[in-house]
Design a protein around this ligand. Structure first.
Ligand code: ASP
Length: 342
């Protein structure tokens, strides 16, 4: 690599690939093969760009594990032919897809950069051009014949983040994403300033393994004051339930009312892993701080530490799909696999 990198651009859907109909004002997808017509600047980049578009691009609110597998397969099939990959994706669920892919790719040693935009590419004030052009430049970065980024990243509004650390935080601002528990990997100013210390440094000798088995019979429950016993019992009694992510208060605090402890105990007895993540956007779960929590730690609730909810769900789906033995599940989950937690 390095001479003139080959980048594969994969379009899955979302605002970035849309233009406004001048008569009706409504948004529709443009033919992705005509990309150069909308962004002629792409011709100036020092790399070869090929494109691949979903036959029927989708709004990211319709994304599901089946589509994650589809994206992973396109990358897998083209992994040797290209030096980097840029995925254009709707911003709404981009953090979920990008987190899932980060787990699905074991030993990834090339850049996979997700991006999108808040305004369509054809809009005069669009953020799509900068997001796309810089993402391609980032995917092309290399040093001593090796790519600089060897992980799944998410680029939006002048920052490249580790994808599995991101959350969509704003529906209107161009700065739509944040990564509250991990610093940006690159800040784009006059130059691209790379935070080398923050990058993942995988062993590039190892062969890429793409894990496509994901278990989606899981549940996300956000605790709130007044949540009813009957509601919880109803949700937890789902017979096919394989895992639970519990969004708790502050540093992972959970009510210690008897009925709730009982409901959790029953799940644990059924062998269902429960992940404790905080509702706060920044900071970490620490189940040792308050006495109310110690019983939950003893019961075997798994600490999500400083993971995002998006990443916690993706990691749970991924690990449940890997047939990990029950006694190893907790330690494996509490270990950082792709830099998603401390
Ligand atoms: N609804 C769109 C989507 O996520 C929004 C966007 O592209 O930013 O697909």
């Amino acid at each position: 690599m390095c001479k003139k990198p080959k980048i594969l651009l994969i379009y899955t859907g979302g605002t970035i690939g849309m233009i406004k109909d001048s008569e009706t004002g409504s948004l529709h997808n443009f033919n992705f093969n005509d990309l150069l017509e909308y962004i002629p600047e792409l011709n100036l980049l020092d790399c070869f760009i090929s494109t691949h578009s979903f036959k029927s691009p989708i709004d990211s609110s319709n994304m599901k594990p089946m589509h994650w597998v589809k994206i992973a397969t396109i990358i897998e099939e083209n992994y040797q032919k290209y030096d980097g990959f840029v995925i254009l994706h709707g911003s709404d669920t981009m953090s979920y897809t990008a987190s899932a892919l980060s787990f699905m790719f074991e030993n990834l040693s090339k850049p996979v950069i997700f991006t999108g935009s808040q305004l369509p590419i054809g809009d005069l004030r669009t953020d799509a051009k900068e997001n796309l052009i810089t993402s391609i430049q980032i995917a092309s970065l290399c040093k001593n014949g090796e790519p600089i980024i060897k992980e799944v990243g998410l680029y939006f509004e002048y920052k490249l983040y580790r994808a599995n650390r991101t959350t969509k935080i704003n529906a209107e601002h161009f700065e739509a994403f944040d990564s509250l528990n991990y610093p940006p990997l690159i800040i784009s100013g006059v130059k691209l300033s790379v935070n080398h210390q923050a990058l993942l440094k995988p062993n590039s000798e190892k062969k890429l393994i793409v894990r496509k088995n994901l278990e989606s019979n899981i549940l996300l429950v956000k605790m709130f004051p007044g949540i009813e016993e009957a509601t919880i019992n109803h949700l937890f009694s789902f017979s096919d339930l394989k895992g639970l992510v519990l969004e708790t208060y502050g540093s992972g605090n959970i009510t210690n009312e008897k009925w709730f402890v009982k409901a959790i105990t029953k799940l644990i007895e059924r062998g269902i892993p429960i992940i404790n993540v905080t509702q706060c956007s920044g900071g970490s779960v620490d189940m040792d701080i308050y006495r109310t929590n110690i019983q939950y730690r003893k019961l075997g609730i798994i600490s999500g530490k400083d993971i995002t909810t998006e990443s916690a769900l993706a990691k749970l789906m991924y690990l449940l799909g890997q047939n990990i033995s029950a006694n190893k599940f907790k330690t494996t989950y509490e270990t950082s696999l792709r830099g998603e937690m401390k």
